[in-house]
Design a protein. Sequence first.
Length: 265
Amino acid sequence: MGADHDGGSGSGVSGSVHEDVRSQAASHHSAEPDALPPVPDPPGAVPGIAGLPFGHQLVAALALALIGLLACAHVAMVFLHVAPSNTVTKQHGKTVDDWIYPEFEQNWKLFAPNPLQQNIAVHVRAEVAGADGRRTTDWISLSREDGDAIRGSLLPSHVHQNELRRGWDFYLNSHDEQNKPNGLRGELSERYIRRIAMLRLDGRDLGGTVERIQLRSASSLVTPPPWSDEKANTRPSYRVLPWWDVTPDDLPAPRDAARGEEGQK
């Protein structure tokens, strides 16, 4: 009985082993036709630029070198433009500006510049020709009007926040201390700030037709906090621009004409 039991047990184990071997061999045999052998590279093939003909290699190398030089030159120009004043920028500042403006203008500075510590307000006054002759209006604070429109608004207008401020900065950066323009950007900034002023004066009852306008800035230092020992003179200083004759190009387009042009488009 023991022999029969051992024989039966042995035959059972042997059968299961053979079945497992046969199943693994069958699965391996069935998987072989589906597996594609790797395709060898053509003899002598070299990947990348090295695989191109010599003439094409030369052109590609020259193109990469030129792109690298231009990239390095651009990075150097941008760095000099945003860096503090130094010997290089003093000697070659015009070359740097010619490269940067107008496509690559940067409005930030390196090395944690001091924040703006002044309040700058832009004022305008007009020379008006009316029925009783010519007269000059009082100074009108355009910056105060923008501040009133922004203050308390949950969604302040981008125009009220930046148009006048950026226009005035544009003018200052493109003119010298004698208000003389530095090239074409200076003339463009004059036309831009005149149009902003006339746009703000549009709709006001000034008692006649505006013939000339004059702008100025009032700059005053920000009052130091109570805990600071710093002393600051908060009296405003003024930069007054010359009188400008108003031309038809400075006047806002009539609303009806503007709607008609938009409808035609």
